[in-house]
Design a protein. Structure first.
Lengths: 291, 365, 254
């Protein structure tokens, strides 16, 4: 009974990690860049929604604030690519990684300027309501988080497998120049992916803010989500979600059954083990460069 | 442009180009040595801080800038060095033994990390070391009997061959201690770079396959680079601990790791100058910003406002600017400016234009 | 005794047989060329000698040693140098620095000696540089001595690769398509250099090359390969006239 409740709240937590991880993987799949600012984008998404929906700020109705903030986040993602990342076309992966770390610094600074450093929560219609399934009492927000995440992952999976744009994105990631020659508008594709990653971050941020409080340093949670993405394997969307769920579920159980202090070590220890024994994640594969 | 006419092999081997360059560096060294006489204690402390950061930067530069292994976890090694030094001194070891031992033990710790991480490339190594840095925080808390846990530790004045050295009691002596250590590390670094070992590091950075074909044992080179890098980081960490006096698990958190990496990128990857230039930015940015804030406040006739997180925000913006417009960092930009000045009437517009390169994936599916 | 001996070497990548039961020998002092259509396994032979791959079966012997017991980085220490088909130079270093890396196998100093730059380290450096300067004189590279590789034209890079391989002071020099992408003049230069390398320095040369003009001019013996197996082995004219080789290049009649 207790364990079931732990499991559900762990899953809901894991879904948020999974969604951030999904953002990492999206950008990585399409542009082979690693976006360390994804966690900070998530935090920003949460704050944008709070700024629109909370009565203290603009006080828009929740269901109007939602699409507006996702639109803002999508546009922001596109702009980041248009103004910054696009100039890095063809530069090394590590340079882009360092650039996104710096972007994260700036986003955290801007969020702190606008909304201050106190924790905020999002006023949502889910707050405080319960769902009863059999004998289980589950928080409505937990259920909403899980449902939305599963839906989104499925949509993205189909998108990459079935649509022309999705396939173009995959092509662009594997060899920019070849994709360019094949008539794929590599730069535009890249912009769309970043917009998508921005929206994903927005959704993750909203789901996070529905369940708990947000402050500018929440973005550092991206590191944990990063661990999730690596555990799942960087190349695969379901893998990222799975990694997020693994980390999310391990945490509450670890803090319950392992001595305090050791429990927060577990996700990172798992990350190190995965990196040592399956250096490219549980699901993806990389082969050596040919000479 | 000064063209040196070369008549012997030593002209290529010695680290300076000609007497003019050597004398410039000597003048700089003398000026810095004499700093306690022409600087007040506050700025002397800041300068000491810059030197410590430069040393930490050199540690990371060797690994990231010269061997091409990106580490986002060097704060873990700073912490290791800091605590080892403090614990040894508390156990009664004299500073002259505790300090070198702190570096060497950190180097050994670095090797034990390097061996499992040898298979990891590029971004994966960065993630691995990042996780390590996060873990170090928890490990320090868990190892409370040794490290004092969240409460932290306090390291006061130390005695070096009978001389009392402390950050607050004798800032000048502490400055000379830091300066001496930094100069030693710098000289060792310069020597390595002009010897086969340093060249093998650079070979590993640029092409592992061909380094191997040239007889460089790639795993061994990476391990040695890790060891040296962590040794230097350990010393820098020990000095940082003495500089701040009190420290706990939060002193060396992940953000310090990240800041260290960003610092050497701003300074310029792949050059010793880069470590120093980056350290100057990191060290003097807070001072510069607070002066600017006062200036702005006077201009708008308002009171000075406190903006939390301003430093990291500005730091991030500087870095974005550098990566976009000058990936070779401050040192790279300086080299270009110098060449331009030396050639002045004779430079072409496209001389410093960046070459376009296209990403070719190393990943196959 | 032959310098290099391949006996019954087989290598498979999954279902693909890259090298199939290949045997040949290279004598000390000769120029030995491997020719064949794309995908015949020529470069794979090089990678086997460099120990990037482990053969499935068979043995490779070099100068009486079992090469399969040598580490990849130990091959150079036995005096085997190579160049790469797609140039693999150290891009962010100067030509001089690239060549100096080639001297790595002659390193005798330890970490401490180098960090303190003792007299021994200094003497070693001077010796190293003498050797490297001679090679640069030999291959006419002095003009590019202190230039970064990333700014050099393709033809010069090819020569720098050869120079770097020579800096090892090899007994066996492996050249992977030394003339590909070179102009006619540059190819002619390369031809004279290969002959000089063999004659003046007494180095055995093993090369993969598509340019049959170059191959028939410089090589003593030629091995023709197709699908990882040996088609013909003999003097250049013998191999060119061999019916199996003609068939592999021009397609089988009927």
């Amino acid at each position: 009974m207790d364990n079931a409740q732990l499991l559900v709240s762990g899953l809901a937590n894991g879904c948020v990690y999974g969604l951030i991880a999904l953002g990492f993987v999206l950008v990585y799949k399409a542009t082979e860049a690693i976006n360390f600012a994804q966690g900070d984008l998530m935090m920003l998404g949460a704050f944008v929604t709070i700024g629109l929906a909370n009565t203290h700020y603009m006080g828009l109705p929740f269901w109007i604030a939602l699409p507006v903030s996702l639109g803002i986040m999508g546009a922001l993602g596109y702009l980041i690519d248009r103004l910054i990342i696009r100039r890095m076309f063809g530069e090394s992966q590590v340079a882009v990684m360092i650039l996104t770390i710096a972007m994260g610094f700036v986003i955290r600074f801007v969020a702190g300027l606008i909304w201050g450093h106190e924790p905020h929560t999002l006023e949502s219609p889910f707050a405080g309501r319960d769902v009863r399934i059999g004998g289980l009492v589950l928080g409505m927000e937990d259920v909403a988080v899980i449902v939305v995440t599963l839906l989104l992952t499925w949509c993205l999976y189909v998108f990459f497998r079935r649509t022309r744009l999705g396939l173009a994105m995959q092509g662009a990631s594997q060899n920019q120049l070849a994709a360019y020659y094949m008539g794929i508008p590599v730069k535009r594709v890249q912009g769309n992916v970043w917009a998508l990653a921005g929206v994903a971050a927005g959704i993750a941020g909203i789901l996070f803010a529905v369940r708990g409080s947000v402050d500018p340093s929440t973005g550092l949670m991206g590191i944990k989500a990063f661990a999730a993405a690596v555990i799942g394997g960087f190349g695969s969307l379901p893998g990222a979600l799975a990694g997020g769920l693994i980390v999310g579920v391990i945490e509450p159980f670890a803090s319950r059954y392992i001595a305090a202090g050791y429990s927060q070590v577990v996700p990172y220890a798992l990350l190190l083990v995965v990196l040592i024994f399956r250096p490219n994640g549980l699901f993806s594969q990389v082969r050596a460069k040919k000479v | 442009m000064r063209v040196v006419f070369k008549t012997g092999y030593m002209q290529d081997i010695r680290p300076w180009k000609d007497g003019y360059q050597l004398s410039l560096y000597l003048v700089l060294l003398v000026a810095v040595c004499a700093a306690p006489w022409w600087m007040d204690d506050f700025y002397l402390g800041e300068l000491t801080n810059v030197l410590i950061w430069a040393m930490a930067g050199m540690g990371l530069m060797l690994l990231t800038g010269h061997t091409g292994q990106v580490s986002l976890g060097h704060a873990a090694f700073l912490a290791f060095g800091c605590y080892t030094n403090a614990v040894l001194i508390e156990a009664g070891a004299p500073f002259a033994i505790a300090f070198p031992a702190a570096g060497i033990l950190t180097g050994i710790a670095g090797v034990s990390v390097a061996i499992p991480a040898l298979r990891l490339h590029g971004v994966y190594l960065a993630i691995f070391t990042l996780a390590l840095s996060v873990l170090m925080d928890d490990i320090i808390v868990l190892a409370e009997p040794l490290t004092g846990g969240v409460g932290g530790k306090y390291l006061g004045d130390v005695s070096i061959f009978g001389l009392t050295v402390g950050r607050w009691t004798t800032p000048d002596r502490f400055f000379w201690l830091v300066l001496g250590a930094t100069v030693m590390v710098t000289l060792g670094y310069i020597n390595l770079l002009r010897a086969p070992l340093g060249r093998s590091f650079i070979a590993v950075r640029d092409s592992e396959v061909s380094a191997q074909a040239m007889g460089v044992d790639v795993s061994r080179a990476k391990t040695v680079s890790f060891a040296l890098s962590c040794t230097v980081a350990g010393w820098a960490g020990a000095l940082m601990g003495m500089y701040s006096g009190a420290f706990n698990n939060e002193t060396f958190n992940v953000l310090i790791s990240i800041q260290l990496l960003l610092m050497i990128v701003i300074g310029g990857l792949g050059s010793i100058h880069g470590a120093f230039l980056g350290a100057i930015v990191v060290g003097f940015l807070p001072q510069f910003l607070s002066i600017m804030k006062e200036y702005v406040a006077v201009m708008f006739k308002g009171g000075a406002v406190a903006i939390p997180g301003l430093e990291t925000g500005v730091f991030g913006m500087i870095l974005i600017g550098f990566i976009l417009f000058e990936p070779m960092g401050m040192y790279g930009r300086w080299l270009k400016i110098r060449t331009w000045l030396e050639l002045r009437p004779f430079c072409r517009k496209d001389m410093f234009k960046r070459r376009k390169s296209y990403l070719k994936t190393e990943r196959l599916r | 005794m032959s310098l290099l001996e391949f006996s019954n070497v087989t290598l498979k990548f999954g279902g693909l047989t890259a090298v199939n039961d290949l045997s040949f020998e290279i004598e000390e002092g000769e120029v030995f060329a491997i020719v064949g259509p794309n995908g015949a396994g020529k470069s794979t032979v090089f990678n086997l000698i460099s120990r990037f791959y482990n053969p499935l079966s068979g043995s490779i012997r070099y100068d009486g040693h079992d090469l399969l017991k040598v580490k990849p980085s130990g091959v150079a220490a036995h005096g085997v140098a190579r160049t790469f088909q797609n140039i693999e130079l150290f891009e962010h270093s100067t030509v001089l620095q690239n060549l100096l890396v080639g001297r790595h196998r002659h390193r005798k100093t330890g970490l401490l000696q180098e960090a303190l730059f003792t007299r021994a380290a200094c003497r070693q450096e001077i010796k190293c540089r003498q050797e490297v300067e001679e090679i640069m004189d030999f291959l006419d590279l002095q003009a590019y001595r202190d230039k970064m590789i990333s700014g050099l034209p393709y033809g010069v890079r090819k020569v720098v690769e050869v120079a770097r391989a020579l800096a090892i002071s090899p007994r066996l020099l492996m050249l992977d398509e030394p003339a590909s992408g070179l102009s006619v003049e540059e190819t002619t230069d390369m031809r004279w250099w290969i002959e000089d390398i063999r004659r003046q320095m007494g180095i055995t040369v093993l090369m993969v090359e598509h340019d049959m003009g170059l191959v028939s001019n410089v090589s003593d013996r030629v091995l023709a390969m197709a699908d990882g197996a040996r088609l013909a082995l003999g003097t250049p004219s013998e191999v060119q006239a061999h019916p199996a080789v003609v068939a592999a290049y021009l397609g089988r009649a009927s």
